[in-house]
Ligand binder design. Structure first.
Ligand code: FUB
Length: 344
């Protein structure tokens, strides 16, 4: 929901109409990446704070410093905050802005994947490991070689391969990587270096992970998102083109790539036949929530599918103070997802 329309909202009324409540209310959490490990639900969110930074379209006010992992015994139980899992001060290469993370498990080790701005002002993606799904996590000394931009999501395929999906426009800097190298030219504006409206939209990025999950096993590649005619979505197709918040899940043998459209505030998805696509745009999963950003994950728990998402209703519309929520999603027979309205 765009910022300018929030000031007219009666939040008491809105919260009565919300399809779900914040999973925790003692702190602000966002960008939830949910997984089931050993039968228990773990949620890896951003930990929102008000660091006093001025609002801008590069997201400087999203000045998060650490991560806490939430866990739930069942989908209906109380979410537990497991305390500090990783702080930016303990990440040698990172200076600031711990944005949307994800996690995965391999051979009893848990891997936290996270974006942060390095000391040169460029977003990179790092890894930290732990013997526990809730941490504390120990960061690798360097970011992943060849990583850039934001919002890593790591997907394990049925053959045991792991892939990272990432990328984000504006403050996420993806538009500065169009040539494969970081473009450090001025102006430092969120919309400089974007394609024109009638050109193909910027594409999300994927890379297969190395066996130890600490590096990429290949040069990151672009994922094509096309319309029903097989044409790449255009940069001016703001209601459908990729902006940030990549997620991958599988349903009935198909690969569902979902993402946020950013400035139009939808969570959308596109379906493909393999982890690299191409992916054909299929529709929306979530209508706009309160707050500028929308970010999600899809996780199967006990045979049902759930959308973990966030909104800014608890903070009465403060866009960088968000709360993680969960709601069930359903599929139609043709494999399309029934879109959710966050407020009835
Ligand atoms: O939480 C900071 C940023 O906001 C995330 O990285 C984006 O996906 C958006 O949710």
């Amino acid at each position: 929901m765009p910022e300018e329309s929030i000031q007219h909202i009666d939040f008491d009324e809105l919260n009565k109409k919300a399809i779900s409540k914040p999973l925790v209310s003692h702190m602000y959490t966002a960008d939830p990446s949910a997984h089931v490990f050993n039968g228990k639900i773990y949620i890896y969110p951003s930990h929102d704070i008000d660091a006093g930074e001025a609002f801008d379209d590069l997201g400087s006010h999203f000045a998060m410093e650490d991560y806490h992992v939430l866990s739930m015994d069942t989908i209906d139980s109380e979410a537990v905050d497991n305390g500090l899992a990783l702080h930016v001060n303990d990440v040698p290469w990172a200076e600031q802005q711990l944005w949307a993370p994800d996690a995965h498990e391999k051979n009893g080790t848990y891997y936290l994947f996270f974006p942060a701005k390095a000391y040169d002002g460029i977003f990179k993606i790092g890894v930290a490991t732990s013997s526990s799904p809730t941490g504390p996590f120990k960061a690798q000394p360097e970011a992943i070689k060849g990583s850039f931009s934001i919002d890593p999501a790591v997907f394990k395929d049925d053959d045991g391969s792991y892939y990272m999906y990432f990328g984000g426009l504006w403050g996420g800097q993806l538009q500065r990587w169009r040539t494969g190298k970081f473009n450090a030219e001025q102006p430092d504006s969120p919309t400089a270096f974007l394609p024109k409206d009638n050109e193909p939209a910027l594409l999300p990025i994927a890379a297969k992970m190395s066996d130890d999950l600490l590096e990429f096993d290949e040069t990151p590649r672009k994922l094509e998102i096309v319309d029903e005619e097989g044409n790449l979505l255009l940069a001016g197709d703001n209601d459908r083109r990729f902006f940030e918040a990549a997620w991958m899940h599988k349903y009935n043998g198909k690969y569902y790539f979902s993402y946020s459209t950013g400035d139009t505030h939808f969570i959308c998805y596109a379906i493909g036949d393999n982890p690299y696509g191409p992916f054909t745009y299929k529709g929306k999963i979530l209508e706009p929530v309160v707050g500028w950003t929308s970010h999600h994950s899809v996780c199967e728990v006990d045979g049902k599918s759930y959308l973990f998402y966030h909104d800014s209703s608890l903070s009465k519309g403060v866009t960088h103070l968000r709360s993680v929520k969960v709601a069930e999603i359903t599929y139609k027979e043709d494999g399309t997802i029934v879109p959710l309205k966050p407020y009835l």
